[in-house]
Each structure stands twice: as C-alpha cells, then as structure tokens.
Design a protein around this ligand. Structure first.
Ligand code: 5MM
Length: 342
C-alpha cells in the first residue's frame, strides 16, 4: 500500500471548494430514471447521457472526482475518446462503484446487505489499469419499527471495512457510504440515533480491518427526518443535527466527508451543505463536501430527454448545480446564486 499516494488522492478529492459527482447508477436505476421521462433504455442511450455529463464545459471547476458504473468506465465519447480520459483531461479523478448492489438480508425482513466482495481484488486491479483511483461501496440502512437491527448494521459495517481494506491494498481511496434512508415517517432524532449507531459500527470495523483513515472519504446521509415525517426541520436545524452527530462519530483523521443527497431536492441539499460550512466550517476537523447524484444530475436529466439538441441546455443545468454546490462548500450559496440559472 502506498499510503502517501492514498492520502494525496483523498485530499485532492475534498480540497478547496470542489466535490464529487456520483454518476454510478446501475443499469436498472438509470433505466428507471429514463423510463419516468420516456427516454429509451439502451446501452447507447446511457452512453449518450453519460457523454453529456462528462463533456460538460467547466465541469472540473466544481467537480474533483466522478464515480462511474462498470458499464460507463468502459464507454467512450462519439469521437472515440474514453470517458476516463475526458474526465482526467478536465482535472476530474475517475472513480468506480464496486459494490454489486444491496440484496435482501436472510432472516431479516425489510433489511438489506450490500454484496460484491467476491472477486473484488481482481476487479480493482482491472479498474486501476483503466485509470480509476478511488472507489465507492454503498450500504443501505432502512429505518422503521425495530429496524435497523444489530445484525444488519454490523454485517454492512463489516463489508464496508473489508471493501475499504481491499481498496487501499490495491491503490484506491475507498469512499465509504453507509446510507440511512429517508424513506418513512421517522423523526430527525431517530435519524440522528441511527446514523450515530451506524457510524460507530463502521469506524469500529474500519479500525479492526486496519484501514488507514487518512486515506478514505466518508459518504454519509445528512441527519434528516423521514420524508413522511410531519415535522420537517429548518435548514439550520438540519445542519446543526448533522454536524453534531458527525462530531460524535467520525474521527478527526478522516480528511473529508462528502454527503449523498438521498432524495432531497437539489436546492435543499445545497442549502443544508451551505449552512454546515457557513456555521461550522473552519472549526471542523474534516472538510464537508458533496457527492451528490440526483441533486446534481436531476435538472439536467429532465432537460436532456434523450435528445442531442438538448445537450447544451442540459449541460448548462448540470454546471449550474455543480456551481451551486461549490458555493455551498464555501458557505456562500444563496438565492442570488440559485437565480443565476440556465
Ligand atoms: C445514495 O445514492 C448515491 C448518492 O446519490 P444521491 O445523491 O442521488 O442520493 C449514489 O451514488 C448511488 O449509490 C448510485 O446512484 C448508485 O445507485 P444504484 O441504486 O443504482 O446502485
């Protein structure tokens, strides 16, 4: 393991005011999003969509790393340039999602375990040759009556830590993503309790597996109530609850925390990240960044509609969201920036 190279990559991913772009939707997820908008669901359609994203002018001003899916990392632009090369030329580090998805957990109805450890060392070696330098694995934790149970939390934390150890051995910075879902009617306090529990379990397992914390990125959910909870917090309340929970759970050695958006609106995700950085930024031991998928891609996908003629407008919308989140990293996001829209 080249510890210095891992630390350098991790620092670059969260340096300054840039953040990560998650564009690693698996084919079923990507197809579901296309279907909702009446976009044809083929490999070529997914390729054209990802070409629109990676060729967005100015992408590298706001995005430090892009997480790709296995199909995408093998694809090229219309003129034959590999996506990995387009990203690298734009100053964006290519990353790769390496979990193979979340499956029903045996004996635990309603809970999931993320799979993908089998053959991971070999897959990482191939992705390294393709140019990827960081990876991502997502654990999914549902909140409900008696859920999550200890078995689900500990099994997912163990898998995340084994993935992270393998990544570092193979020269990849692991993005460690334990997502507490926003589905349901649970309260902000319940989300805080579950997120704290999950993060403690994850860092215990990372320690046990010998993972070097200086060479990882944590990708957690923000602390928020379920989407069906009648009591929704203000922006500052959500930011306070998230930072308080993270301060109690995440060691200072971790260089950066890059949030997932999890189904929040694009504007709320930016506003909440902004509030955390504006209020606490310089007092925190780690950088607070973003690793959004829907909250960056959403408006662009709706404009694109699968049509070549819509590419410039879609790219403008994508750049706009990336730029809003860049401002949120500095604590300078506001309504005026939001209005500078396409
Ligand atoms: C939680 O999902 C991750 C972040 O996306 P959002 O910001 O939209 O919440 C995302 O990276 C996710 O892991 C990928 O889109 C892959 O998802 P699937 O379900 O296709 O594996």
């Amino acid at each position: 393991m080249n510890a210095q190279a891992l630390m350098d990559t991790a620092r670059v991913l969260v340096a300054g005011d840039r953040g990560l772009l998650a564009m690693d939707e698996s084919n079923p997820t990507c197809n579901k999003r296309f279907a909702r908008l009446g976009i044809v669901q083929t490999a070529e359609s997914r390729r054209a969509y990802r070409e629109m994203i990676v060729t967005t002018p100015g992408l590298g001003e706001c995005i430090s790393g892009a997480i790709l899916f296995d199909e995408t990392i093998r694809q090229q632009t219309t003129d034959g340039t590999p996506f990995v090369e387009v990203l690298s030329d734009a100053g964006v580090i290519p990353g790769i999602k390496v979990d193979t998805g979340a499956a029903e957990m045996a004996g635990h109805p309603g809970e999931k375990i993320t799979e993908g450890l089998d053959g991971l060392r070999d897959r990482l070696a191939e992705y390294y040759c393709m140019g990827a330098r960081f990876a991502k694995w997502r654990a999914v934790i549902a909140v409900g009556e008696g859920v999550p149970g200890r078995a689900c939390v500990e099994a997912n934390a163990h898998a995340l830590a084994r993935y992270a150890a393998l990544c570092q051995e193979c020269g990849f910075v692991p993005v460690v993503e334990p997502e507490v879902l926003m589905d349901g009617g649970h309260t902000l306090e319940r989300c805080s309790d579950v997120t704290g529990l999950v993060l403690h379990s994850v860092f215990t397992q990372l320690f046990l597996q010998g993972v070097m914390l200086e060479g990882i990125i944590l990708k957690p959910n923000m602390v928020l109530p379920g989407l069906l909870c009648p009591a929704q917090p203000g922006v500052d309340e959500a930011a306070d609850a998230t930072v308080k929970c993270l301060l109690r759970s995440v060691p200072a050695a971790v260089p950066g925390i890059a949030f997932l958006s999890g189904g929040q609106s694009a504007e709320l995700a930016s506003a909440r990240l902004n509030a955390m950085n504006a209020t606490f930024g310089s007092r925190l031991p780690w950088a607070l960044a973003f690793s959004f998928a829907r909250a960056i891609q959403g408006p662009a996908l709706e404009i694109w509609e699968g049509k070549e003629s819509n590419v410039p407008a879609a790219q403008k919308a994508l750049y706009h969201r990336a730029m809003c989140n860049r401002a949120a990293r500095r604590g300078e996001y506001d309504a005026a920036i939001e209005r500078m829209s396409a």
